[in-house]
Unconditional design. Structure first.
Lengths: 151, 362, 502
C-alpha cells in the first residue's frame, strides 16, 4: 500500500515547494530593508510561509477525501504532445503538427480516412493559413529544412 | 542548384557548429561563470538547440566583398510596438524602400527572458546565418545583460550606432521644487526627494548623478517604473517629486505647461522649449552629468569582417536618407549620430567597461 | 453640451464611406484575431499597423480602434467554445462560458450573453469617456502606489469569494499562482528572481501560454477519458432564433453587465491595470450577488460580469491615452506609436490641437461597438456547430491550436513548453478539485500588488503610515476590513439568534 496517495500529492508538493521558496527567497533576495521597506524576497517568503501552513491543513483534509481514480489513458495525449514538441525541432512546427494529427487520428483513434483528412485540412488551414500566411508568425522550420532545402 | 550547394557544404557543418559552442564557452570562461552550471546549460540550449544547428557554412571567399544571399533575420528584443521595434522597422522600411539590397528582411521579436534569450542566441549564431543575423542593441539592453548574465559586448560584432539620446529632470509647475537649486537646498536641509524613472538607462544616470552630488539612496530614493510613461503618470499625479525622462517622451507635456524641465543631464543646454533647464555645472561646483543613451545594431561574434563592414555601410546609407531624419530622428527627438563598426566597437566596449566599474561587476 | 456637439461632428467624420469601411473591416479582423489564441489585441494591432500607413490618420486610428475593440468580443468565442481564451481578458469568460456551452448545452446563448454584455459594457465605457473626456484621466492620476496597493489588497481579499467548495484548496491555488508569478525579473531592483540560472525563466512565466496550457490543454487531457461519448447533445437546432436569449435571461445579464461596465471603465483608467485586470475584478465583484446557477458552473451572470468589464476597460483605457498621451496597456502603446508615426502627438494637447481626430476616434468607438456586435451575432449560429463535432476528432485539432497559439505569443518554443507543463499542472489541480480561477487571478494581480506596495514603502521609507494617511487608500482599506468582517459578523449574529430562543 502506498503511503502517499494521489489526493495527498498536491498539498505535500506545495508544502515542500513552500519550504524551498521560503529559504531560497530569504537567503538570496533579502527580506526587509531599513529604508526601502520590503526587499525582493519579502513577498515570496511571506507567501511561502502561509502556503506551508495551509498545505499542512490541506494534507490533514485530504485524509478525509476519497482518492481519485487513476486514469492512465489521459496521459497518452500528453506523451504524444511531448513527442510532437521534440519532432518540431527536427522537421519544423507545421509538418510536426500535421504528422501528429495524422498519426493520432489514423493509428491511435482508428478514424476513417474521410474524417482524418477533414481534420487535417482544418488544422492545416488554421495553423498555416491563419498563423503563417496572414499573421506571419515565424514558426521553426526544423533542422532538416534548414540544412537541406535552404542554401 | 541550391540543394547541391548544401550537400557540398554539409561535411563542414559540424565544424562551424563546434565554433558556435566555442564562442559560448569562451564567453563563460572569460566571465568566470563556469561554475554556474545552470547558466552554462541555458547558454548551450540557447546557442545550440535554437540556432546553433540551423546553419550551413559560409561559402564566400574571405577576400570577396559580402553580399546577402538569403533572408536576413533581424532580431528585436522588445515587443512589437516597443522602442527598439519602431527603430528596427524604421531602418528596415528604409532599406526596402531604397532598395539597398534585394534579400528579404525578417524582423523577429524575441522577448523571452526579458530579451536575454534573443541576445544569447544571436551571440552564439554561427555559419552562414551569422552573416545574415542582426540584433538591435541599445544601452538599455547592455545594462541588464551585463548585470544579470555572463553575456558581454565581446560576444557580438558591433555594426553601428544610429542615434543617441540624453535625459532631463522634470517637475510639475505646482511642485514644491521649481528649480534644481531648490532640490539641492531641500536635500541639504535633510529632506528627502523622491525621483521616478524608467529602467536601465534612467537608473544608470540616477546613480551617476547621485555619486556626483554625493547623496545616499536615502536622500534621493529612486522608484523604478516599467516605462517612462508610467513614471510620467506618477509625477502628473504627484506621487514622486521629480522625474527623469528622455526629451521625446516629455516634450508634449512641457509644451502644454504640465511639466517643467529643471536640469539637463548633458554637457550643454538643450535648445527649443527645453533650453530653460541648466546643466549641473551651472548650479555650483559640480561636473556635468551625462550618460548617452544610444541605439545601435550588432551581429553575432561569428560574423565575418566583410559582412560586418557591409552592414555598417548599409546603416550609413540609411542614416544619410532624408526619411530617416524626418520620419525617425525628428519624430522621436533623437540626435542622429552615426558611428561605423570600428567606432561602435570601441564605444560599446568602453561603455560596458564604465558601467561595470560603476556597478562593481567583475 | 460642448462635448456632445463635438461628438456629433465626430460622427460626421466617421460616416464618411472610407471610414465606415475601415471600421467594418477592422471589426472583422479584430474578431478573427481575437478568437485566435496567442494573438491578442497587442499583436493584432501591431500586425495591422503597417496596413494603415497608406490611410489618413483618422481612418487609420478608426480601423485600429475597431480592431482593438472587436478583439474583446473575439477572445470570448474560443473561450466559450473550446475553453481556450483567445486573449488574456477572456480568461474569466471561459470559467462560466465553457460549462454553459457544454454541460448546459447552450453554446448559442453563452455566446450571445457574452456579446450583449460586451456591448453594454463597451457603451457604458464610451459614454463615460464622452461626457467626462479628459477629466476621466485625472481620476487615474490620483492613484499612486499607496492607493493601488490598497485597491489591489481589497480585490485580492475578495478572491475569497472565488474559492469554491473547499477554502483550503482555494487558498493553496491562489498562493501557487503568486509563487509562480514570483519567477522572473523584479522591476524595482532590476535583478532576476527564482530563475535558477535560466535565461528563459529570467523573463518569468509568460501569461498567455500559461493560460492556454492550464485551462485549454488541461481540458484536453481531462476529456481523454470520456472522448468516445456522444457529442454534446444540443437541445435545440442551431439557428439564430434558437440561440437567442429569452427576456428573462436578458434581465439576468443586465445588472451584472451594468455594474461591470462602470467598474471596468474605472479599472481601465488606472495606471498599469488593463482589460485583463478589469475582467478579473468584474468577476470577483459578482461573487457577493446571487445567480441562478452557482458561478463557475455556467452562470449567465458570470459571463456577463467579466465580458462587460473587459470591454468597458478597453474604452476606459482610451481616456489616459487621448488626454495625457499615457497608454494604459500594451495595445495603447502600439496605438500611441501609430499616432506618432502619422505625425500626431498624443498628449495633453491632442484634444485642442486636433479635435477632429480625437472626437472622430471616440465616435468611431460607438460604431465599432455596434459593428462588432452585429458581425458577431451573424456568425454565432455557424460557430456553435463546432460543438457538434465528435470530441475525439476535436482532441488533435485543439492540441494543434494550443501549440500554434502558445508559440505565437512570444515566437518561441519556450512558450509551447510552458503551455505543456502548465497543462499538466492544470490537469492535476483540476482532477483534485483545486479551482484554477484564483490561481490565474493571483498570477495577474500579485505582481502588481507587490510592485505597488514596494514603491509605496520606498516613498514612505519603510513606514506603514502611507497607507492610512492617504484618503483614497484609507477608504479601500476600510472596505476591505468590512468585506473580511462581514461574513464573520453574519455567522456570529446567526449563532446568537439560534441560541437566544433556548
Amino acid at each position: 500500500m502506498r503511503i502517499i496517495k494521489n489526493k495527498t500529492l498536491i498539498p505535500v508538493c506545495s508544502g515542500i515547494l513552500a519550504i524551498f521558496w521560503f529559504f531560497y527567497g530569504i537567503t538570496h533576495y533579502g527580506f526587509w530593508d531599513e529604508l526601502k521597506g520590503p526587499m525582493p524576497g519579502f513577498v515570496p517568503s511571506l507567501i511561502a510561509m502561509v502556503l506551508f501552513l495551509i498545505s499542512v491543513f490541506g494534507v490533514i483534509q485530504s485524509f478525509r477525501e476519497k482518492d481519485t481514480k487513476k486514469t492512465l489513458e489521459s496521459w497518452t495525449i500528453l506523451l504524444a504532445a511531448f513527442i510532437t514538441f521534440g519532432i518540431v525541432f527536427l522537421i519544423g512546427m507545421i509538418p510536426a503538427l500535421m504528422v501528429f494529427v495524422f498519426v493520432w487520428l489514423k493509428f491511435y483513434e482508428k478514424t476513417g480516412w474521410k474524417n482524418t483528412f477533414i481534420i487535417l485540412l482544418v488544422s492545416f488551414s488554421i495553423a498555416y493559413g491563419v498563423f503563417v500566411v496572414w499573421l506571419e508568425v515565424p514558426f521553426p522550420r526544423g533542422l532538416l529544412f534548414e540544412s537541406f532545402v535552404y542554401l | 542548384m541550391q540543394i547541391l550547394w548544401a550537400f557540398r557544404c554539409n561535411p563542414l557543418r559540424t565544424r562551424t557548429q563546434a565554433r558556435g559552442f566555442q564562442v559560448v564557452e569562451q564567453a563563460l570562461r572569460r566571465t568566470k561563470m563556469k561554475k554556474n552550471l545552470p547558466v552554462l546549460a541555458a547558454f548551450l540550449l540557447a546557442g545550440c538547440l535554437f540556432s546553433g544547428g540551423q546553419q550551413s557554412p559560409s561559402g564566400a571567399d574571405p577576400g570577396k566583398p559580402f553580399e546577402p544571399t538569403r533572408n536576413v533575420e533581424w532580431i528585436v528584443t522588445s515587443n512589437a510596438g516597443g522602442g527598439s521595434d519602431i527603430f528596427t522597422r524604421a531602418i528596415s522600411d528604409i532599406i526596402v524602400k531604397e532598395g539597398f539590397f534585394q534579400a528579404p528582411i525578417l524582423v523577429t521579436n524575441k522577448t523571452d527572458g526579458g530579451g536575454e534569450v534573443g541576445r544569447a542566441q544571436t551571440a552564439g549564431t554561427s555559419g552562414v546565418l551569422a552573416n545574415h543575423t542582426l540584433l538591435t542593441f541599445n544601452s538599455g539592453d547592455l545594462m541588464p545583460m551585463v548585470k544579470n548574465t555572463p553575456n558581454r559586448v565581446e560576444n557580438f560584432k558591433p555594426i553601428g550606432i544610429m542615434a543617441v539620446d540624453k535625459q532631463l529632470i522634470f517637475v510639475t509647475p505646482d511642485s514644491k521644487y521649481k528649480t534644481f537649486q531648490a532640490v539641492l537646498k531641500a536635500v541639504q536641509a535633510g529632506q528627502k526627494v523622491v525621483m521616478g524613472g524608467s529602467k536601465g538607462d534612467d537608473i544608470a544616470t540616477y546613480d551617476l548623478l547621485r555619486s556626483e552630488l554625493k547623496w545616499t539612496e536615502a536622500q534621493m530614493p529612486f522608484i523604478t517604473y516599467d516605462s517612462t510613461n508610467d513614471a510620467l503618470t506618477a509625477i502628473l499625479g504627484k506621487h514622486v517629486d521629480i522625474v527623469i525622462s528622455k526629451p521625446a517622451a516629455a516634450a508634449e507635456y512641457v509644451e502644454a505647461g504640465k511639466l517643467l524641465p529643471i536640469l539637463a543631464l548633458a554637457i550643454e543646454r538643450y535648445t527649443g522649449n527645453l533650453s530653460s533647464a541648466p546643466t549641473l555645472s551651472e548650479l555650483g561646483n559640480y561636473k556635468n552629468v551625462e550618460l548617452p543613451v544610444w541605439r545601435g545594431v550588432v551581429g553575432p561574434a561569428a560574423m565575418s569582417p566583410a559582412a560586418q563592414a557591409y552592414w555598417s555601410g548599409i546603416l550609413k546609407k540609411v542614416s544619410e536618407t532624408e526619411t530617416w531624419k524626418t520620419n525617425y530622428l525628428d519624430k522621436f527627438k533623437l540626435v542622429g549620430e552615426y558611428k561605423n563598426w570600428q567606432e561602435a566597437t570601441e564605444y560599446m566596449t568602453q561603455y560596458q567597461k564604465d558601467y561595470m566599474a560603476a556597478q562593481n561587476i567583475k | 453640451m460642448e462635448n456632445i456637439l463635438m461628438l456629433f461632428s465626430g460622427f460626421s467624420t466617421v460616416f464618411a464611406f472610407n471610414n465606415l469601411a475601415a471600421c467594418l473591416f477592422g471589426a472583422l479582423m479584430g474578431l478573427i484575431v481575437g478568437a485566435m489564441p496567442g494573438i491578442g489585441s497587442l499583436a493584432g494591432c501591431a500586425l495591422l499597423l503597417p496596413l494603415t500607413y497608406k490611410f489618413n490618420p483618422t481612418t487609420a486610428i478608426i480601423m485600429l480602434g475597431a480592431v482593438y475593440y472587436a478583439n474583446m468580443y473575439g477572445g470570448a468565442f474560443s473561450a466559450i467554445l473550446l475553453n481556450i481564451p483567445g486573449d488574456s481578458p477572456a480568461v474569466m469568460t471561459a470559467v462560466d462560458g465553457y460549462p454553459m456551452a457544454t454541460t448546459r448545452g447552450r453554446p448559442g446563448q453563452a455566446l450571445f450573453v457574452s456579446n450583449i454584455s460586451s456591448c453594454i459594457g463597451g457603451f457604458i465605457g464610451i459614454l463615460i469617456l464622452t461626457f467626462t473626456g479628459p477629466a476621466l484621466a485625472e481620476i487615474g492620476l490620483a492613484f499612486g502606489p499607496a492607493e493601488m496597493t490598497s485597491l489591489l489588497l481589497m480585490a485580492m481579499t475578495s478572491v475569497g469569494w472565488l474559492m469554491g467548495e473547499s477554502p483550503i484548496k482555494g487558498v493553496i491555488a491562489t498562493l501557487l499562482g503568486i509563487i509562480l508569478a514570483n519567477i522572473g525579473m523584479d522591476t524595482l531592483s532590476g535583478s532576476p528572481r527564482f530563475n535558477f540560472g535560466s535565461l528563459y525563466l529570467m523573463g518569468g512565466i509568460p501569461f498567455i501560454p500559461f493560460v492556454i496550457g492550464s485551462v485549454g490543454f488541461a481540458q484536453i487531457i481531462k476529456i481523454m477519458e470520456n472522448r468516445n461519448a456522444d457529442p454534446q447533445k444540443l437541445n435545440q437546432k442551431l439557428t439564430i432564433r434558437s440561440s437567442l436569449l429569452s427576456i428573462k435571461e436578458f434581465r439576468r445579464l443586465l445588472p451584472p453587465a451594468i455594474r461591470s461596465g462602470f467598474l471596468g471603465t474605472f479599472v481601465g483608467v488606472l495606471p498599469g491595470a488593463g482589460a485583463t485586470t478589469a475582467a478579473f475584478l468584474g468577476y470577483a465583484a459578482q461573487r457577493p450577488f446571487k445567480s441562478e446557477e452557482p458561478l463557475g458552473t455556467g452562470a449567465v451572470e458570470g459571463i456577463a460580469a467579466c465580458e462587460a468589464a473587459n470591454n468597458a476597460a478597453a474604452a476606459g483605457a482610451f481616456a489616459p491615452l487621448l488626454a495625457l498621451g499615457i497608454p494604459g496597456s500594451g495595445t495603447g502603446a502600439v496605438l500611441l506609436g501609430g499616432l506618432i508615426m502619422w505625425g500626431l502627438t498624443p498628449g495633453p494637447l491632442l484634444f485642442t490641437k486636433s479635435p477632429d481626430f480625437a472626437w472622430g476616434l471616440i465616435a468611431s468607438l460607438y460604431l465599432a461597438n455596434l459593428c462588432a456586435l452585429f458581425i458577431a451575432a451573424g456568425i454565432i449560429p455557424f460557430l456553435v456547430k463546432i460543438l457538434s463535432v465528435p470530441i475525439k476528432l476535436m482532441i488533435p485539432l485543439i492540441t494543434v491550436v494550443c501549440f500554434v497559439g502558445a508559440y505565437s505569443s512570444s515566437n518561441s518554443m519556450y512558450g509551447v513548453l510552458v503551455m505543456l507543463l502548465s497543462g499538466v499542472l492544470g490537469y492535476i489541480l483540476d482532477k483534485h478539485k483545486y479551482p484554477l480561477a484564483p490561481m490565474l487571478l493571483a498570477f495577474v494581480l500579485a505582481p502588481m500588488l507587490e510592485s505597488n506596495m514596494r514603491k509605496a514603502f520606498i516613498i514612505s521609507q519603510g513606514s506603514l503610515s502611507i497607507f492610512v494617511t492617504r484618503p483614497i487608500s484609507l477608504v479601500f482599506l476600510a472596505i476591505m476590513a468590512a468585506l473580511i468582517l462581514f461574513p464573520v459578523i453574519k455567522t456570529a449574529i446567526k449563532r446568537i439568534r439560534k441560541e437566544s430562543p433556548k
